[in-house]
Design a binder for this molecule. Structure first.
Ligand code: FES
Length: 140
């Protein structure tokens, strides 16, 4: 059995939504200290809908595939749905990741949450701190 699913390979070879947004509504950056990989997500939010999303990932193939899939999953969706996106859902949408690569999909979930936190804070939108249990701020 191949280590990586066809979907992982596809999103790794042809990542969707790579790039930067000029005036994003929110930006989230996270890193994994162990592997040193970094992921940055830019969100454009209008009327509570994620109208555009871009990412930059300096990381492994699974991290690139996870960012690509995660951005596809939240594009055009309400903020609430993006908040609810889990790394498990991203990994499932990729038809699975090897166990030692699951942390790569965690980066995608965390980067999106960080970008949403940034959006809430910039716009003085009240949010539930319990939704951000690790208390990420993007100065981290
Ligand atoms: Fe670190 Fe994939 S090995 S994000």
């Amino acid at each position: 059995m191949a280590l990586y699913s066809e979907k992982v390979m596809d999103h790794f070879m042809h990542p969707r939504n790579v790039g930067v947004l000029e005036n994003p509504s929110g930006v989230g950056e996270v890193g994994n200290a162990k592997c040193g990989d970094i992921m940055k997500i830019y969100l454009q939010i209008e009327n509570d809908i994620i109208v555009d999303v871009k990412f930059e990932t300096f990381g492994c193939g699974s991290a690139i595939a996870s960012s690509s899939m995660a951005t596809e999953m939240i594009k055009g969706k309400p903020v609430k749905e993006a908040m609810a996106l889990t790394n498990k859902a991203v990994a499932e949408a990729l038809d699975g990741l090897p166990a030692h690569k699951l942390h790569c999909s965690v980066l995608a979930e965390e980067a999106i949450k960080n970008a949403l936190l940034d959006y809430y804070q910039k716009n003085n939108i009240p949010y539930d701190e319990a939704d951000f249990p690790e208390g990420h701020s993007h100065e981290e």
